[in-house]
Ligand binder design. Structure first.
Ligand SMILES: C[S@@+](CC[C@H](N)C(=O)[O-])C[C@H]1O[C@@H](n2cnc3c(N)ncnc32)[C@H](O)[C@@H]1O
Length: 247
């Protein structure tokens, strides 16, 4: 999550866990030709699961994200059901866990999912809290007809080939009146990403208009877009955008 953005250029982006590394062995042209970004992400995160716990701003980013979500939607320990899409090792899941009844995580990488389930177990979470490895674009009925009060995706939208498609798929997991929250890098101007990150990242971030477009094309009602209070220790500026599904 976050990264060491260089001072001379706003060109570093990326979610956490891939900052100081160069990966000459990944990507097309080096023996790997991934059919899509989902497969490239699976490959990358399967090999970099430990980065989640070691990256300096990862835990504080998770805390800031969870706090902002709890301010944006009202959650109940007795009733709220939550889906985290692209949950990684569950840094944000663990921050949400004390405030909800059920939380399900999905991620493309089986290795990070296993780590996430280990954390649920260690936290003493109930059997309704778990993570699964799946590609929701192709595994259509992975959660059958399960519907949630809150679906969120944190620090992952900039990894997707088609944020439009993902937003539509995520909207289908909402109960009527439920909320979709997207947290990602705040795009201010022409920030771009480094070549080395293009293997598994598609863009720097999103501005308010971008999120309005995504929500509209998924048939959801735009509710808000706001910057999440900055990390004093210096992390990317991130936003929280919220949409609701009509009742
Ligand atoms: C920067 S990490 C963020 C993880 C977590 N949300 C957090 O905040 O700690 C990005 C995650 O997105 C996942 N991911 C990327 N593309 C995906 C896709 N198409 N479907 C599901 N997960 C995906 C990666 O495997 C990785 O775990």
């Amino acid at each position: 999550m976050s990264d060491n953005t260089s001072t001379s250029t706003p060109a570093h982006s990326h979610g956490h866990g891939h900052h100081h590394h160069h990966h000459p062995g990944t990507g097309s042209g080096h023996g790997h030709n991934f059919a899509n970004m989902a497969e490239a992400n699976k490959h990358h995160y399967d090999q970099h699961v430990d980065d989640f716990d070691t990256f300096p701003h990862a835990k504080t980013r998770a805390q800031r994200s969870a706090l902002a979500m709890r301010e944006a939607v009202s959650l109940s320990k007795d009733s709220s059901t939550v889906l985290e899409f692209a949950c990684g090792t569950g840094l944000v899941c663990m921050e949400m866990l004390p405030h909800v009844k059920e939380i399900v995580g999905i991620d493309i990488s089986p290795v990070v999912v296993e780590r996430c389930n280990k954390k649920f177990k260690e936290a003493g979470a109930n059997e309704n809290c778990y993570a699964i490895a799946a590609n929701i674009s192709t595994d259509k009925d992975v959660l059958a007809d399960k519907k949630f009060d809150l679906v969120y995706c944190a620090s992952a939208y900039h990894h997707f080939d088609s944020p439009e498609e993902i937003t539509k798929l995520l909207g289908a997991f909402l109960k009527p009146g439920g909320s979709l929250i997207v947290i990602d890098n705040l795009q201010k101007g022409g920030e771009t990403i480094d070549q080395e990150h293009r293997l598994y990242i598609t863009r720097y971030g999103f501005n308010e208009e971008d999120t309005k477009g995504l929500f509209a094309s998924a048939g959801l009602e735009f509710a808000s877009y706001a910057q999440i209070p900055s990390d004093p220790e210096g992390d990317n500026d991130i936003f929280l955008a919220k949409a609701t599904k009509s009742t």
